[in-house]
Unconditional design. Sequence first.
Length: 240
Amino acid sequence: MSNHQKRLSVPKSWPVERKTATFTAKAAGGPHGEDGVPLVIVLRDVLGYVDTATEATYAVNSGGVRINGDSVDDRNRPVGMFDILAFPERDEYYRVFPDEGGRLGLTPIDEADAGSKLGKIIGKTTVSGGRTQLNLHDGANLIVEDEDYSGNDSIVLDNETNEIVAHFVYEEGALVTAVAGQHAGEIGTVEDISVTPGSASNTVTVDTGEGVFETVEEYVVVIDENFVGEDAELPTEGDA
């Protein structure tokens, strides 16, 4: 099996130039499915910390790269939405956050904010023993005792204990970011949730403070102010 991926066919979320070369790195198996970006692309093409794949291998083997609190030993380990990327020796910490256009970007965060990560609930099932299992956007599953979680809610997980430390409900008035579609990267509050009959996707209307847009609810994730860059202007009550 080839270790390379044609640039022209990579997902739109990958932060790579498509016409500068024929191939780029191929993501290893892991979280985020086909949207997962190989770590080497982040290190080389986004951050500029390495110039070659060989240098990326050395960087991960030295133990200087952590994702969601864990050391990484594979330069092609997938990196995806809301992962926490840490370089302790550099004292640099980032949250993977979609930018305008839907590409995965990096938002600098403080070390204190790097100990937990956001997860969107995309499914909820009952497993043996009558316990509730939450299925998250990155492919992770979590068993919970409390049933007060619903699809499209968001939770924050402690990276060390994997315990839920915060819960954001998907409802009118919730702060959300669009992570796909033509409004990817925009942030606003939910103005209206429209339930569509049948199998079609429900739609959500979002007020950014500078305007209003409508998208399908699969494209939005509930966040709070801690997940937004310091320079971002959040909508306030009374904004048009």
